[in-house]
Design a protein around this ligand. Structure first.
Ligand code: 5GP
Ligand code: 5GP
Ligand code: 5GP
Length: 219
């Protein structure tokens, strides 16, 4: 009997908080389409193994083709904007995510399906709504207990997320990225089989406002 190795076991669905991305030493550049709204935005949908390792860049013959997602482009600009410098239209970021991560799950979706799956997960996750429901709103100089942030998100989808923080220019820890685990068909959130390894956020976490954030070309 031949044991068939699985392509992957589950996904991390990762969203970023734009204000935190911008409010760090490296700063950010708003996309050519303008400053995104104050909401979480997609970073990527990443196939992963239960032991914490992950495959990447699985099929160089299946490179990103923007014509395959042209119908999704305006939604992607809104839900999956690029904040890296210099300002871009998002295509480079989407290409990177599809080629590095998406091609490792070709057994379940093509390029169009990859982006559709992520968009649908973002809607389901409703992170901003869950935080708002718990009274956690974007504000500068206000700090939250990590447990409260995690509890708010857990109440929303039913499973605990992993929170990644970064550090702002004054040295405060702030909510940077939220990792949620998704089943191997990329449809439902699940209990995380394994959490990413990272540095602790500390117990004083800022959820900064995006309206007060600025991009490098405004500084
Ligand atoms: P960083 O070193 O900034 O945490 O991660 C750099 C990149 O490596 C991520 O943006 C992602 O593409 C990939 N990566 C990091 N950690 C993980 C992980 O636990 N699972 C997967 N699938 N990719 C990861
Ligand atoms: P990953 O960390 O997923 O492997 O790589 C992310 C890549 O996409 C990096 O090369 C990064 O510069 C680029 N990128 C473009 N826009 C963004 C963005 O808004 N957020 C993040 N995290 N990376 C972005
Ligand atoms: P605890 O085990 O009490 O949840 O957390 C212990 C430490 O890990 C605390 O400093 C807390 O801020 C940090 N921590 C808890 N959950 C997370 C998480 O999801 N992400 C990160 N980066 N740190 C966390």
């Amino acid at each position: 009997i031949l044991a068939v190795a699985k392509d992957f076991d589950f996904f991390y669905f990762v969203q970023q908080w734009p204000a935190s991305y911008c409010d760090s030493r490296r700063g950010c550049c708003y996309p050519k389409t303008g400053k995104p709204e104050e909401d979480f935005s997609i970073h990527g949908l990443w196939p992963n193994y239960n032991d914490g390792t992950y495959p990447s860049n699985c099929d160089s013959t299946n490179s990103f083709d923007d014509s395959k997602v042209s119908d999704l482009e305006s939604v992607l600009q809104k839900e999956w904007p690029t904040l890296a410098c210099p300002s871009g239209d998002g295509l480079k970021f989407w290409r990177h995510e599809w080629e590095k991560h998406g091609t490792c799950a070709e057994s379940i979706f093509n390029e169009h399906g990859y982006f559709e799956a992520a968009l649908s997960l973002k809607k389901k996750a409703n992170l901003l709504g869950s935080l708002e429901h718990a009274g956690i709103r974007p504000a500068d100089g206000k700090f939250h207990k990590m447990e409260e942030i995690k509890d708010a998100i857990t109440k929303g989808v039913g499973y605990a997320p992993y929170i990644e923080c970064n550090v702002d220019s004054s040295g405060n820890h702030q909510l940077f990225q939220v990792y949620q685990c998704v089943d191997a068909s990329a449809t439902d959130f699940i209990e995380c089989p394994v959490f990413p390894h990272g540095r602790a956020c500390g117990n004083k976490v800022e959820f900064p406002s995006f309206s007060s954030a600025s991009s490098r070309d405004e500084l």
